[in-house]
Design a protein around this ligand. Structure first.
Ligand code: GLU
Length: 514
């Protein structure tokens, strides 16, 4: 029988979740749902020196905003818990496996002090080694259970001397594994160092805890960022040395997310420089520094998630708009690329525009209402707000853009100078007066009626659109450009439109004289 798919998102609470982290969570989620499996959230907090207060809550809230709800794990619970590694350490989960590795000769105690480690690196550098490491060559001249006698080791352990446990990387071996995205990955053991697996305070390092937990939590697929690819061979060795090779999960290392110009990995600095967030939601550091988020910048989570899905994956069809459920249907790891995915802030805005336009006017009215209230605008009813949204949505990226034309709520007090000076052509007072009486005469003041009468009027006068429309717009809105004038007038109503023309004419006459 096929094993039930179980995947995990395993962030370390060392700061806010970057876009890349969200994408990892998203692909894990999509993969799990596609295969009817479980999506777990495990918090990897073994490195206490890098622990940042608030980061875990931030991660939970970000996933929640994106709609990526874990089936199991931190915040949810489940039969393989606890799901926070610091708690697992307290529960004594890891030590037995470390002991098992030491007993089998796959790992060893090392007692070297930081000064001794520095000295070793310096000596090797002086001897011409470019990147000195604790490895098959150097371990023989260090203070560890491979060089010290068994009694000496025991003595040091009994005396409570600080130690680490290191993996004993084999000397001359090719380590291979198959990555779903990258195919065969082959690394020679001479390129690996004897990584620390465990420290005398009882804390496992990332590698040890990660492998043990993936095994104990019955994880079937490890889907994570490319930065973990170099750890792959070490993890493969750990599975082998612990006797779990048959249960080893399949690996899929996701491509990097690149700067918009494709030149290197996307960083927070690029966001600051080019004006876009790199975090899903706003992050306030413990020092009080605030970094912007997509949520606070006005993005819909659906748009953000849709955009993120395309950063490294494509469906192989021209379709670009996908709901989360549609993504679940369409997603496969086989369609995730190897090469880095360029982040495109314009495309991100485009996604938001598509989702905004797809919403009904009534829905948008509800969303825009708090902003209308904050501006202190009044309006006759919610239907009016809906009309404003309908009029504005083709030119809006964010909900707040729906309020870009404040003349839809208040009469203009200023008049666009360019229009006033350059485009005010045949709008002589006589023409405007005639226009006023034509508008006056429209009993059903709808956009199509206004348009028909306006066009007929131009024809009679043998005038072009450009001769009258800019002035007409200026008087009613104060602006030089905007949505359909006929729609605007219909929305404002006959009285308001005529009032504005009257007031505008007087103001404009004054301005022209001045
Ligand atoms: N804790 C690691 C991280 O912060 C997880 C890597 C993995 O998924 O194995 O990204």
């Amino acid at each position: 029988m096929e094993k039930k798919v179980r995947v995990r998102f395993a962030p370390s609470p060392t700061g806010p979740l970057h876009m890349g982290g969200v994408r990892t969570a998203l692909y894990n989620y999509l993969f799990a749902k596609k295969h009817g499996g479980d999506f777990l959230l495990r918090i990897e907090d073994t490195d206490q020196t890098r622990y940042v207060p608030g980061a875990e809550d931030y991660i939970l809230e970000s996933l929640n905003w994106c709609g990526l709800t874990p089936d199991e794990g931190v915040g949810v619970g489940g039969e393989y818990g606890p799901y926070r590694q610091s708690e697992r350490k307290e529960a004594g989960v890891y030590k037995q496996y470390v002991d098992q590795l030491i007993e089998a000769g796959y790992a060893y105690y090392a007692f070297d002090t930081p000064e001794e480690l520095d000295q070793m690196r310096e000596n090797l550098k002086a001897a011409g080694v470019a990147a000195p490491q604790y490895n098959a060559n150097s371990r023989n001249s260090m203070k560890n259970s491979l060089t010290l006698s068994a009694e000496e080791v025991q003595k040091r352990l009994d005396a409570g001397e600080p130690f680490v446990v290191r993996i004993k990387i084999p000397r001359n071996e090719e380590i291979k594994f198959q990555d779903i995205i990258r195919g065969w990955v082959v690394v020679h053991s001479s390129n690996l160092d004897d990584k620390v697996l465990y420290k005398s305070d009882g804390m496992p390092t990332y590698h040890m805890a990660n492998v043990v937990d993936d095994y104990l939590m019955k994880i079937t697929h490890v889907i994570r960022g490319e930065e973990w690819l170099p750890s792959g061979p070490l993890h493969v060795l750990l599975y082998r040395y612990l006797g779990w090779e048959n249960e080893m999960p399949q690996f899929a290392h996701l491509p990097l997310i690149l700067k918009p110009d494709g030149n290197g990995k996307l960083s927070k600095r690029d966001g600051d420089r080019l004006g876009f967030p790199v975090f899903p939601i706003e992050w306030k550091s413990p020092e009080g520094e605030i970094s912007s988020g997509y949520r606070e910048s006005g993005y819909f989570p659906e748009a953000f998630v849709n955009m993120m899905a395309f950063l490294g994956w494509n469906p192989g069809t021209p379709q670009e708009i996908f709901s989360l459920n549609e993504l679940v249907e369409a997603f496969t790891l086989e369609r995730v690329g190897k090469s880095g995915a360029k982040f495109d802030p314009d495309k991100t805005r485009w996604y938001n525009e598509q989702y905004l336009r797809a919403k009904s006017n009534a829905e948008l009215a509800q969303l825009v209402k708090p902003f209308v209230d904050a501006k202190g605008y009044t309006y006759p009813n919610e239907e009016y707000l809906g009309h404003v949204c309908g009029l504005m949505k083709e030119r809006a990226t964010f909900v707040t853009d729906l309020l870009n034309e404040d003349y839809l709520f208040v009469a203009p007090t200023a008049y666009d100078e360019t229009t006033l000076n350059k485009k005010w052509k045949e709008n002589t007072p006589e023409i405007i007066e005639e226009l006023q009486s034509i508008l006056e005469g429209i009993s059903d003041f709808t956009a199509s009626n206004i348009e028909a009468e306006f066009k007929a009027f131009l024809e009679r006068k043998e005038l072009g659109f450009g001769a009258v429309l800019p002035g007409f717009r200026l008087l009613v809105t104060g602006a030089g450009m905007g949505p359909s004038m006929f729609e605007i007038c219909a929305l404002l109503g006959k009285n308001e439109t005529l009032n504005r023309i009257q007031v505008g004419l007087e103001r404009v006459a004054e301005l022209k004289q001045a």
